[in-house]
Design a binder for this molecule. Structure first.
Ligand code: F6P
Length: 532
């Protein structure tokens, strides 16, 4: 799949990225626009020929056919026999979407309307707790039932005019305990978010929250809502059907924030702003479906990823939002990308002949600059960086501070590309040192440069722009997955640990650990000896 590209890469191995800018319109040529969003990949070593070979991948993998199959509701999640239709959740004014001949859109729009009614009632007090208007919402969920809304509530803080939102995910009792301590049970709404309504962490925390509420109010279940595909289980938990917001198995957990799983976000920012978020996602869908590949933002973002990870062999990529409210975006993308494309076999069960998706990690700038950027600039491994930056923040009175943020973002990608030569480093320290000491000191100040980065730039982090960004990354994952020939929509790799945890529970509660391996038995013994 990648042989031609690897040969091409070998041929340009010594070429420096900045020399590509000798052609004056490179910045324009090697960037993609959607409305007022810009994806700039000119600071990579991709040239015209390399881009041509990358674009060939899309045809060879029949990405267009598979993209259409996804939007048309075919069961492209082959190992689970399911369609993949999170796009239907934001198909606000679109046409019918058929699954097995049945149009899912009336159901999607009806659920959206019910969510809007409920969110409005919570926000304006028509739905109240047993002690009055809802002041706090606790979303209990994990993975895709947590990361999306948690990331988005933080991202859209300037639009947050509803009750406070708390997100509890970890089975570590510290997580729920901290949230409960901050809330009054009589004015708190608990949302249990779980596609399956079986996830051990979520169900354990939900029971803890119900017991906590039961100590203070007469009818704790009346202050619970549920977001799930499993209505029998939400009923068994005691949550009235009027506060259950269902979805179908064609919405994957990590793709689910556009529907009921986004309820906490909708309560926080209001139905109108939530619709703007959906509209942003839908705009990216339309672009992905209709733009030619070279002008197609998700496709080009995917090809840049494949170039860096599968062709050049860089094992990780850093996501670096110079937008502090996107602090949870790297964690969100870790699930989206790594749970989707962290697979070792292709769709037909054959061992993958190349690397699976990369390790994704990151932190907002400028914080990262004072932490791990040292390694990105001077470490021996190349880490492709993906910057995100807005033209303006929401703090108009502090715009000068925002400008400083932007200067830092642009400076980092420039520094990564240009680096600093030994001669330049010598000049820096020539006044202080001479002779062998000058050489030694200068060496430490050399930056190899030639390190690739991309920048996604947008006017402001509005709900609509956030929708575009999230849908952009979703489609990127799809394209990369299709080219790699894997199923991006299952997650069998999370099962073994879950099974072993279930088997270990009776052992950590005092059972016999002798059947376990020496390390596990030893750790149980140590922890027991220290209060387990
Ligand atoms: O929404 P649920 O069913 O509780 O699942 C939570 C998360 O657990 C996973 O299944 C992985 O364990 C994720 O894919 C999912 O987002």
């Amino acid at each position: 799949m990648f042989d031609d590209l690897k040969r091409h890469a070998a041929g340009i191995a010594d070429r420096r990225i900045e020399t590509l800018f000798d052609s004056s319109d490179r910045a324009e040529d090697f960037s993609v626009r959607l409305g007022d969003m810009l994806f700039d990949y000119s600071k990579t070593n991709i040239d015209e020929a390399g881009r041509g070979l990358l674009l060939d991948l899309l045809d060879r993998a029949e990405v267009a056919v598979k993209r259409d199959a996804m939007f048309n509701g075919q069961a492209i999640n082959e190992t689970e026999g399911r369609a993949v239709l999170h796009t239907a959740l934001r198909n606000l004014d679109g046409g019918p979407v058929l699954v097995d001949g049945h149009d899912v859109m009336p159901g999607v729009l009806e659920t959206l309307a019910r969510m809007e009614d409920f969110a409005s009632a919570v926000r304006d007090g028509r739905f109240a707790g047993q002690g009055g208007k809802i002041t706090d919402v606790i979303n209990i969920g994990i993975g895709g039932s947590d990361l999306g809304p948690a990331m988005a509530v933080k991202a859209l803080a300037p639009y947050h005019d509803g009750p406070r939102c708390h997100f509890v995910s970890n089975v570590d009792p510290a997580d729920i305990a901290d949230a409960l301590r901050a809330c009054d049970p009589a004015t708190t709404l608990v949302i249990v978010a779980s596609k399956t309504f079986t996830t051990i962490e979520t169900m354990t925390n939900a029971r803890t929250a119900k017991a906590w509420m039961g100590e203070s109010v007469a009818d704790p279940a009346a202050q619970f809502a549920a977001l799930s595909t499993a209505k029998d289980k939400t009923a068994a938990f005691g949550i009235d059907a009027s506060r259950v917001f269902g979805f179908e198995d064609w919405v994957g957990g990590r793709y689910s924030m556009w529907g009921p799983i986004g309820l906490s976000l909708m309560i926080a920012i209001g139905p109108e702003a939530f619709r703007a978020f959906l509209r942003g996602g839908q705009a990216m869908d339309r672009h992905f479906q209709h733009a030619g590949w070279a002008e197609n933002m998700p496709a080009m973002l995917a090809l840049v990823g494949l170039w860096h990870n599968q062709v050049l062999g860089h094992a990780t990529r850093a996501v670096l939002p110079y937008d502090n409210r996107l602090a949870r975006l790297p964690a969100y993308l870790q699930q989206l990308e790594m749970e989707s494309n962290g697979k070792g076999v292709s769709m037909d069960g054959a061992d993958l002949a190349f690397d699976s998706g990369p390790v994704v990690w990151g932190e907002p700038g400028t914080n990262g600059q004072h932490a791990f950027f040292q390694l990105i600039h001077q470490g021996t491994r190349v880490i492709p960086c993906e910057f995100l930056v807005a033209a303006r923040g929401h703090e108009d009175e502090l715009h000068h501070q925002h400008q400083l943020l932007v200067a830092n973002c642009l400076a980092q990608s420039e520094a990564l590309m240009r680096g600093r030569t030994l001669d330049e480093a010598r000049d820096k320290v020539a006044e202080k040192f001479d002779g062998a000491e000058l050489e030694r000191q200068a060496k430490h100040r050399v930056f190899p440069g030639n390190r690739p980065s991309t920048t996604l730039a947008y006017p402001q982090l509005t709900p609509e722009v956030l929708g575009q960004i999230i849908a952009l990354y979703e489609h990127r994952v799809f394209v990369e997955g299709v080219v790699l020939g894997i199923n991006s929509y299952d997650q069998w790799g999370v099962e073994l640990g879950k099974e072993l945890a279930t088997a270990l529970q009776p052992i950590v509660e005092g059972g016999d650990a002798s059947g376990k391996d020496g390390s596990t038995a030893g750790l149980v013994g140590f922890l027991r000896g220290n209060g387990l």
